[in-house]
Design a protein around this ligand. Structure first.
Ligand SMILES: [Fe+2]
Length: 295
């Protein structure tokens, strides 16, 4: 999503900004890039990703190898949770993004990174969008959370609170961790689609790992050019859905507007601290940020 885009769709796109995926136009090299990334991440994530994510990865194993055909993928996903995947030409305006989510449609880029970009690209491609996001859309609770987020986005537009709400998306959908009986696990799409951050988010002593607190997240800035300085840990997807669906965000937005923004590395007294990071990575990379996949 993005706030500074034109309000009308580009040529060739429908009124809701969707475009055909044009699966037939992918080359053998495109499919090979997907297969390489897919195999590498599945191997990496088996004991790192949330069980719900791992269960949903099977959703992506379709009748043909390579980049999933959105039509076939949407058929399967719709049968599971009522969600679909639709292609868009790039970033879409906030209102369009929220409207798709509120109607259980996930917007995905259709291009795939070049073979020399396996570890970095500057905008989300089909691997990030589909491998990163779709598996959890097959989970009924997370599927409901994403819809609730979209509905919250439509409401937030009238409250001048999109910056605050985007932080919830960032620290959950993109970079969230969840506590499980086996320990912390990854569920954020920005992590699971990144080889380097899949290691960093769980193992590195640099970042903070803090308990999820909705009001606090709405005040917390984030980095878009490097691995995160703080990750937030939910107890369960049910907790995330319940708080998003049943909280009146208006007072939280008002409180956030009247309080200082918290820097990404900040730990506050009321934080539940799973791990207090030494921020060594962030200090090292303050001027030379490590690339990471866009979200
Ligand atoms: Fe993303």
């Amino acid at each position: 999503m993005a706030s500074d885009l034109p309000t009308t769709p580009p040529p060739g796109a429908a009124a809701d900004w969707t475009v055909p995926q044009d699966w037939a136009s992918y080359t053998a090299a495109d499919h090979a890039t997907w297969d390489t990334l897919f195999a590498r991440q599945v191997q990496m994530l088996h004991d790192r990703a949330a069980p719900e994510f791992l269960a949903g990865v099977d959703m992506l194993r379709l009748s043909r190898p390579g980049i999933p055909d959105f039509a076939e993928l949407s058929d399967r996903l719709h049968r599971a949770t009522g969600w679909q995947v639709v292609a868009v030409p790039g970033l879409v305006p906030d209102a369009v993004f929220f409207d798709h989510l509120a109607n259980r449609r996930f917007v995905a880029g259709r291009f795939i990174r070049r073979p020399d970009q396996l570890d970095y690209l500057s905008e989300p491609d089909v691997f990030h969008d589909v491998f990163g996001h779709v598996p959890l859309l097959a989970d009924p609770v997370f599927a409901d959370y994403m819809q609730a987020y979209g509905e919250g986005g439509l409401r937030a537009q009238g409250m001048d609170a999109l910056t605050n709400l985007a932080r919830l998306y960032w620290y959950t959908v993109e970079f969230g961790l969840v506590h499980t009986p086996q320990g912390l696990r990854i569920y954020g799409a920005g992590i699971v689609s990144s080889h380097g951050e899949s290691l960093f988010a769980l193992d590195d002593p640099s970042p903070n790992r803090l308990g999820f607190d909705l009001a606090r997240l709405l005040r917390t800035d984030y980095r878009i050019d490097a691995y995160q300085q703080s990750y937030f840990v939910i107890d369960s997807f049910a907790q995330l859905l319940d708080q998003t669906r049943n909280t009146d965000f208006a007072p939280l937005y008002a409180a956030a507007a009247g309080a200082p923004v918290l820097a990404p590395e900040t730990v506050i007294p009321q934080d539940r601290v799973w791990h207090r990071g030494n921020q060594a990575y962030a200090r090292q990379n303050r001027t030379t940020a490590q690339p990471q996949p866009a979200v």
